[in-house]
Design a protein around this ligand. Structure first.
Ligand code: ZN
Length: 372
């Protein structure tokens, strides 16, 4: 997630704090200070509010860790865990390949939250018996909030945990991942609308502006997340079976390494309108040269400077392979406009980002329908 602070790693998983987290941290802390019994000095209540808030977010991290650790155990890499304004999120890099795996990864988070709720409840009773009322009320709050967290996440609105459980069940019943996602994301959007309508009703009926707006925000966030998940699946579906070979431009001319920049401009760039050229001799890729590289060199040096002098050498380039699937190519192309395609050590063509985008747009526009 952009705009986030690195907090280090737990179990090898990077933990990050998005700047919007500070909003929720402040709100939770304030509500906690008000929650604690008023007969304690304010300084003590503030200190306990901050402590409780930190413990609350530690519980959210444990909830996310439960998802992440189970994902990793099932060979699904986890990029990072991020805390943000709506809680925590595990960035799991790919979807499970079997419904049972998905169900397990989804359900373990709420189960861990429920278990923590039970532990904190037990502690609160013990501490109350020992006359530690302030710590007891802190533990009681943590017990309640963990149970609320578990129940909220079990709402079957995709992409909440409950929605993932729901998708896994439909997936197992129908044997069709795409159909299951279609149904789950539709239900998820319905639930998101219900949140927004509920929030509006709260504002109109009870005038609790803050609670109502919060619910509307959650609904809006869930709606966007459900729609994005659906589009992701649509894209994946329309791309299944496609490889780099299908989007490679085989007609890209090769620039010899000793070519001068003037010749490159006059005989390659101007006649073709292309802005980047593989530098190669007899199909052995030596590097890539782009319009941007050339523009850095003053024109009076174009006759004496060769392509080799300014190219990005092959060992610093990202390389695609013909049998690679398109989804991994899309990830690889983040931040690059062109990527050379190499087969058995030989350069065979180039993938251009604009060509690729056009190809994807057409394919989606043609309506490669979901298979059901
Ligand atoms: Zn969860």
């Amino acid at each position: 997630m952009r705009g986030s602070i690195n907090l280090g790693k737990i179990f090898g998983i990077p933990l990050r704090l998005h700047y919007t987290w500070f909003i929720i941290f402040t709100l939770v802390t304030i509500s906690l200070v008000l929650y604690f019994p008023g007969d304690y000095p304010i300084v003590e209540r503030i200190a306990f509010g901050i402590l409780a808030s930190i413990l609350f977010f530690a519980c959210i991290i444990i909830h996310e860790l439960a998802h992440s650790v189970l994902a990793i155990r099932n060979n699904i890499p986890v990029k990072e865990i991020t805390l943000f304004v709506f809680g925590g999120v595990s960035h799991i890099t790919k979807e499970a390949t079997r419904p049972n795996t998905e169900l397990l990864i989804a359900v373990v988070g709420p189960l861990v939250s429920l278990a923590m709720g039970g532990i904190f409840y037990g502690l609160s009773i013990l501490l109350a018996q020992a006359q530690q009322t302030l710590i007891a009320s802190l533990m009681q709050w943590l017990a309640i909030i963990n149970v609320v967290l578990a129940l909220f996440n079990l709402i079957p609105g995709f992409p909440l945990d409950g929605g993932r459980v729901f998708r896994a069940i439909v997936w197992r019943k129908t044997g069709n991942y795409f159909r299951a996602t279609y149904i789950a994301t539709n239900v998820g959007q319905g639930i998101a609308y219900a949140f927004m309508v509920g929030g509006l009703a709260i504002i109109l009926v009870t005038h609790l502006w803050f609670n109502g707006l919060w619910l509307i925000f959650i609904g809006w966030f869930l709606h966007n997340a459900a729609r994005a998940s659906y589009q992701q699946v649509l894209l994946r579906d329309s791309l299944s079976g496609l490889t780099v070979r299908h989007v490679t431009d085989y007609g890209c001319p090769l620039a010899p390494p000793e070519l001068s920049l003037r010749e490159l401009a006059q005989s390659y760039i101007l006649p073709t309108g292309r802005t980047s050229f593989p530098v190669a001799r007899e199909a052995t890729l030596e590097g890539m040269v782009t319009l941007r590289d050339i523009k850095k060199i003053p024109q009076n040096r174009w006759d004496t400077t060769t392509v080799r002098d300014i190219m990005t050498p092959a060992n610093k380039l990202k390389i695609a392979y013909p049998n690679q699937d398109i989804l991994s190519l899309l990830q690889q192309m983040e931040g690059t406009d062109h990527i050379p395609v190499v087969e058995e050590g030989k350069f065979i063509g180039i993938v251009d980002r604009e060509d690729l985008n056009r190809f994807l747009r057409i394919r989606i526009a043609l309506g490669t329908k979901l298979r059901f």
